[in-house]
Design a protein around this ligand. Structure first.
Ligand SMILES: *[C@@H]1O[C@H](CO)[C@@H](O)[C@H](O)[C@H]1NC(C)=O
Ligand SMILES: *[C@@H]1O[C@H](CO)[C@@H](O)[C@H](O)[C@H]1NC(C)=O
Ligand SMILES: *[C@@H]1O[C@H](CO)[C@@H](O)[C@H](O)[C@H]1NC(C)=O
Ligand SMILES: *[C@@H]1O[C@H](CO)[C@@H](O)[C@H](O)[C@H]1NC(C)=O
Length: 410
């Protein structure tokens, strides 16, 4: 990654990798350049999603070998307040081990495994200012596992091995949880506000991998339902702090009914969109349906370059000189911008222009938050609905009904 001026190191992973306007928090990037909030630097893409998309696609109906079941429906939902780092990164503490070692983690619906840095990582490999590392020697509940893991974040891999220990989150203790001890991390994590990533994606249960934390919480009777939900607050808005609810939804954070979409992939929070359009008949995209992923590792709305180019043209946004994946807008255009609408199951999800337009803090330049990504040949293009979508729509993720649901955030 060709970024990291020294100052950036003070900031988050995300900020390294993202920016208010264009921050694709972690995974983000999912293959985009963006501008750093405070420095106006163009950063390289963080994570091409290619690897994931190129995994063999399993037939949707193939049953999982280990379906989640056996709920003991006697627990209440658990709310976790999320710290908001300039709308780029939302994170909270978890502890691992006995006594507990605390780590700040971001919650990523596209990461399968939960990982934190290992005490056994070579000192030079993890360039953090404040490094918290899991120390297996000082936990009485540690059990070795040793199987390798890796997660790809664009320009680099997080590599390490698996271990097992108790993990505490939101007052619940998950026993015998397998997690990743990271030995190598890409530089993008240097100086980040977060130590690791809490995986809310699907791990390869079909491939015989261990259950993710959320699934174990269900299996161990710690949650009343196999559902989690995000309320994501804008940094400078009033209103309650951002919250992740484990075990269901919290009506304090949304109004009205949910619009549901069944998952279209066995191992991803992916669903079908009928159409994408701009209000007032300004234009349409995704004419023959398309696929989208709800992604808590992306700040913006990211789509295939050609579709994004069309939408931005209709908005009157211009490709940024030297970086045609980003589109700029003039202040004079802002008042007349249409809403961005996603039609899902015949119903409309609406993002107002104030929520998809961002202002570069330093440059004062306005940007369209609809950002293009090139997909490699053979890759199936998808849209990524990141925080700018989640700030408008409270979203629930249901692992057993295998669907996502959207309600207006309050
Ligand atoms: C801690 O982990 C290291 C590296 O995997 C291993 O060599 C060591 O035996 C472990 N310590 C305990 C107490 O199991
Ligand atoms: C965790 O592992 C220990 C020892 O292997 C076992 O006694 C305990 O029942 C396990 N707990 C759960 C919830 O699986
Ligand atoms: C709730 O579940 C726990 C196990 O997770 C069990 O020990 C407890 O008895 C249950 N309580 C009720 C009221 O069913
Ligand atoms: C979603 O899945 C459920 C259960 O599999 C099914 O009953 C329902 O008809 C599906 N909805 C749509 C819109 O396909």
């Amino acid at each position: 990654m060709n970024l990291t001026p020294a100052v950036v190191l003070l900031l988050t992973w995300v900020s390294v990798c993202a920016a208010h306007f264009m921050s694709l928090p972690f995974s983000p990037a999912r293959g985009l350049p963006w501008q750093h909030k405070s420095f106006g630097k163009l950063l390289e893409p963080c994570r091409p999603i290619g690897e994931r998309l190129q995994r063999p696609i399993q037939p949707l109906l193939k049953p999982h070998k280990r379906p989640i079941r056996d709920f003991r429906l006697n627990a209440t939902t658990r709310d976790i307040k999320l710290a908001n780092y300039y709308d780029n990164l939302y994170y909270a503490p978890i502890t691992i081990g006995t006594p507990g070692q605390t780590f700040n983690v971001a919650f990523d619906t596209e990461t399968p495994i939960t990982w934190v840095p290992s005490i056994h990582s070579p000192p030079r490999q993890i360039f953090r200012r404040i490094t918290k590392k899991y120390n297996n020697e000082s936990s009485s509940t540690y059990k070795a596992n040793g199987k390798p893991f890796e997660v790809s974040y664009g320009p680099g891999l997080v590599l390490g091995y698996r271990s097992q220990d108790n993990m505490a989150i939101a007052g619940a203790t998950v026993h015998n949880q397998t997690f990743g001890e990271a030995i190598l991390e890409p530089k993008m994590f240097a100086g980040s506000m977060i130590d690791g990533v809490f995986g809310l994606g699907f791990s390869g249960i079909n491939a015989g991998e261990e259950l993710p934390v959320f699934d174990n919480m269900i299996m161990q009777g710690l949650l009343p339902a196999p559902v989690f939900s995000f309320y994501v607050k804008k940094y400078d808005s009033d209103g309650p702090e951002s919250v992740l609810t484990l075990g269901g939804t919290n009506p304090d954070y949304y109004t009205g009914d949910f619009i549901f979409a069944n998952l279209s992939m066995p191992d991803r929070w992916q669903f079908e969109i009928d159409r994408i359009q701009l209000s007032n008949d300004v234009g349409t995209s995704c004419l023959y349906k398309c696929q989208a992923v709800v992604d808590t590792g992306t700040s913006f709305i990211v789509g295939p370059s050609h579709e994004v180019e069309g939408l931005n043209e209709m908005l009157g946004a211009k490709p940024r000189a030297g970086d045609p994946k980003l589109y700029t807008l003039d202040h004079s255009q802002l008042d007349s911008l249409p809403d961005l609408e996603f039609i899902v199951n015949g119903q409309k999800l609406t993002i107002a222009s104030k929520d998809y337009v961002s202002k570069g803090e330093k440059s004062g330049q306005y940007y369209s938050g609809i950002v293009g990504k090139e997909f490699k040949e053979g890759e199936r293009p998808v849209w990524f609905l990141g925080f700018s979508f989640l700030r408008t729509y409270y979203t629930q993720f249901d692992k057993v009904k295998r669907r996502v649901g959207f309600a207006k955030a309050s």
